[in-house]
Design a protein around this ligand. Structure first.
Ligand code: PLP
Length: 411
């Protein structure tokens, strides 16, 4: 008996007109002409706006929403997001420059990440952004820089929690970690912080990424609030902000279902009254990267050749893992699975066929789609990889094999 194969969750964010994918209110075939060459990434402005509105609808109104820009650092995207969210989270000096080019108040920009250089730190202090401190040593270095610049640095303590986010694609907290200060060390760090000339803002507690399970996220939120309330008793001044992380996932692979955002929001609503009683001065922040931008983006490449090898058909394209490492299954995935893929100018097509889509690199890892059911494609047709707006180009080895860089457009 044939088991029913799990399907990709239906993609409803893009319209199809005359069998051609529409993005940014334009047929993909026309966008290709506008861009001038393939491969490229296209991000749909209206889908970004809609996603923020969806979150605002489901999350309690008093929660602030931050964009973690490492998910998609394209300056035009960051600029657009800056007009929609309450803050931007950065992870490098380079990201800081892009964030501070937007109209966002620097006090609503926060900088996390291990191994911040002296220059990263002095740029952040001079820029007036909040530094999420990853260690006691980093705190001492920030205090010295503040003295030198005669600026009181804004700092928050990034806590490595004493719990893990269950069912998370990538664990970022719990156990030994290079991120944050172990929860049990935090009281001593806060005592020292009180002796230094630093403006304490609050806590940052981030436990994981790409999570689709409401129960796991709800449990992490509950434990995060409890931990923050416990640690607040040791703080030198009121906790002004509590960043509870994010980690909301999106469906990439067959069988994955959308995160039930309404349930996540309802759980937060139930938890908030008790938190507000204990932490009356605290602004709660959720920081999201992938969830905000991933579904608004596609990666487009063109079929260069149809090739047959021992009964299997390959579509060889001009795009590949050098632009889109995560789609190839080599960015933290344990087993390679297909992203949703379609022939963008033949969304349904006439005849269908089972094909593998590969890129131009001399490695078997350069696989865009493995034995997928797609419309019959000819040379010149457009292969679209969906769910590509996050951890795409900037998370890929673009220099590998010296092919041309992919372009990026916001439409
Ligand atoms: C990467 C990162 C994020 C964004 O994670 P997503 O899974 O893309 O939402 C948020 N906060 C911190 C500290 C990060 O390092």
């Amino acid at each position: 008996m044939n088991a029913v194969r799990p399907q990709h969750a239906p993609l409803t964010q893009f319209e199809v007109v005359d069998d051609c994918l529409q993005i940014g209110g334009m047929a993909l075939t026309r966008l290709v002409e506008r861009v001038g060459s393939t491969p490229f990434y296209a991000y749909d402005r209206a889908r970004l706006t809609e996603r923020v509105a969806l979150l605002r609808r489901h999350l309690p109104a008093e929660i602030h929403l931050h964009y973690a820009m490492k998910a998609n650092p394209m300056p035009a995207v960051v600029q657009h997001m800056a007009g929609l969210v309450d803050g931007i989270d950065i992870a490098s000096g380079g990201e800081q420059r892009v964030a501070l080019d937007t109209p966002m108040d620097p006090g609503m920009v926060s900088f996390a990440g291990p191994g911040k250089s002296e220059r990263d730190l002095s740029c952040a202090v001079a820029g007036g952004v909040v530094i999420n401190m990853e260690s006691a040593a980093e705190m001492e270095r920030i205090a010295v820089i503040g003295q030198r610049l005669q600026i009181r640095p804004k700092v928050a303590v990034r806590v490595n929690p004493d719990f893990e986010l269950k069912s998370s694609g990538m664990k970022m907290g719990g156990g030994p970690k290079q991120f944050g200060i172990d929860a049990e060390e935090v009281p001593a760090v806060l005592a020292r912080l009180g002796e230094l000339d630093l403006a304490f803002q609050g806590f940052h507690i981030y436990s994981g990424s790409q999570n689709l399970k409401v129960e796991a996220i709800a449990e992490a939120h509950e434990k995060t609030f409890a931990l923050a309330i416990r640690l607040a008793q040791h703080a030198p001044s009121p906790v002004l902000t509590l960043n509870i992380g994010g980690g909301f996932g999106i469906p990439y692979f067959p069988g994955e279902e959308r995160l039930d955002l309404a349930a996540v929001g309802a759980n937060l609503k139930a938890l908030l009254p008790a938190v507000k009683q204990q932490l009356p001065h605290t602004q709660i922040v959720i920081e999201l990267g992938r969830y905000l931008v991933a579904e608004a983006g596609i990666y487009v490449s063109r079929v260069i050749e149809r090739k047959h090898s021992r009964g299997q058909t390959y579509l060889v394209t001009d795009g590949g893992l050098h632009h889109h490492l995560s789609n190839s299954g080599n960015f933290g995935q344990v087993i390679r699975k297909n992203y949703p893929v379609a022939i963008g100018n033949k969304m349904r097509g006439g005849e269908r066929e089972t094909v593998s889509v590969v890129g131009p690199l001399c490695t078997p890892l350069d696989l865009l789609a493995d034995k997928m059911d797609l419309a019959h494609a000819d040379v010149g047709d457009l292969v679209v990889v969906f769910q590509s707006g996050a951890y795409g180009l900037s998370a890929s080895p673009v220099a590998f094999l010296s092919h041309p860089m992919a372009l990026e457009v916001l439409v």
